[in-house]
Design a protein around this ligand. Sequence first.
Ligand code: MN
Length: 195
Amino acid sequence: MGGDERLKEYWSKRNFERTSEPGVGETTGHEGESRFVVQKHKASSLHYDFRLEVEGVLKSWAVPKGPSTDPSEKRLAMPTEDHPVEYIDFEGMIPEGEYGAGTVIVWDTGTYRNLKEKPLEQALAEGRVEVWLEGEKLKGGYALIRTGKGSDNRWLFIKTKDDQADAHRNPVTSQPESVRSGRTIEEVERQTDEQ
Ligand code: MN
């Protein structure tokens, strides 16, 4: 298969004759700003996958409660395998028996910039990332802080205090729909059943 070493774990977990998730993962990259996505994923348990485009792959975390706009909320974020950049557009069903079986929607997406004066890859390695998101639902500064090491590799995903912080907004519940198709998870499930 060749290709990007960083995507080996992603490939090894999936059967691309069964799932419609992106397979080849050619890290072609693109011009312009770096992108992020938050995919709402109803699998064995509901979670939100936060992904940042970094050097041709999507660095990924699973956030069980989803992102908050309230700086006092520290959301657990468990790192997951790098995904191909094409995954940023993925919305649909992952069939039963496949890794992550369930339904995925693009809950939010947009561009981001690194707020630290060092390369993002270095900030990731050090476990202290700060980015400014320009999404449709999520805007402003967000921090990702690693709190454990080795097998306890867990992170916290926290809104930073700025003019985009809002303790009263709760977009995870008030804006459940896809920014790509306008559909909710439940609508995607129903439409897939009808096919
Ligand atoms: Mn997931």
